[in-house]
Design a protein around this ligand. Sequence first.
Ligand code: ASP
Ligand code: MG
Length: 418
Amino acid sequence: MSLIVQKYGGTSVGSVERINAVAERVKTWRDLGDQVVVVVSAMSGETDRLIALARKIQERPNPREMDVLVSTGEQVTIALLSMALENLGCPAKSYTGGQVHIRTDSAHCKARIRDIDGVRVKADLDAGRVVVVAGFQGVDDGGNITTLGRGGSDTSAVAMAAALNADECQIYTDVDGVYTTDPRIEPRARKLDRITFEEMLEMASLGSKVLQIRAVEFAGKYRVPLRVLSSFEAGEGTLISLEEETVEDAVISGIAFNRDEAKLTILGVPDQPGVAHKILGPISDANIEVDMIIQNIAADEATTDFTFTVHRNDYERAREILGSAARILAAREVLGDDEIVKISLVGVGMRSHAGIASRMFAALAKEGINIRMISTSEIKISVVVDEKYLELGVRALHDAFDLHLADSAATGSNSASN
Ligand code: ASP
Ligand code: MG
């Protein structure tokens, strides 16, 4: 008998019909003899609706009250799903986060889980019940309701799985797994059977929005095997696990990209100790996150150029701040470009294979794509290119690293994706 935690997102519980379908699926697992804990999100659109309501009353709503409000979405679905399960003759019991002691810090609207007391849940499971828990919410030491940030139910499910020492945490969603890249850009993208936590983190942080990043971090830290699968179709989904357990020996697992990038350059700053700090200090003081950083070698041995990237939303502000730094440092000029994107190759196989970067650059060169910046980490190589080359670049790399379906080269179809 195994213990499984299943999480169903907003679209999977978006209507009464869908809630009934989820109940059927849960019952199937339980009938196989497994113990099942279900974590659910609010019905799709509900959290947004509640936030909009609050904004009609207060421009910047009180965060504590906001949590009291938005946590109601999940409370609705736990009750409805438990009823649907009972209807099918499957004993079930619902719990809010507070009731099963999902203890968090007090950072309202972005709380972090500290611990979960699984005693009550275990007792219900042992009594043969399915336990249905509200995702996204917890309770702080003062008994206040907290929420974990948008998409937080993923993290609730993983934390629950860790606390109960579950055999697997299954995230049911509207896609059937994690793909080599976004199928809307490359129709021949292939669903991965397996990927490591590290790779998934890179893919997620670069905009593959299948899972909340914090949930992946949590799963990696507590070694909770995580599976992403469709709640609408049958299939094995994608298993996210430790590297040792990953059998696929592909060098590259996927291609991630990020459209939300902008880059800033400051030209002709003195090549002296402390200059990087003078440029980037005020940027970080303004709470702007910097991603890639490049400092050129000084051509004239006295001055140097400095380029970095920020989120596109922070572009204008970062540019203003850099303008002030430029005056203080007597820099020559500040340049900016917010029509850029970042494309990254991700794969743990990079650690043991040489020549990946040059293969990447050759593929981009062949398409006439100019690389504006490059950065590398142990399992990732990223390039910044002009926005207009995003699709072309992703497809060229997908091709160059043979990531498409094995049979698609011959048939040109992706019908094998399940
Ligand atoms: N209902 C919350 C949200 O929409 C949490 C979740 O769905 O994971 O962000
Ligand atoms: Mg979600």
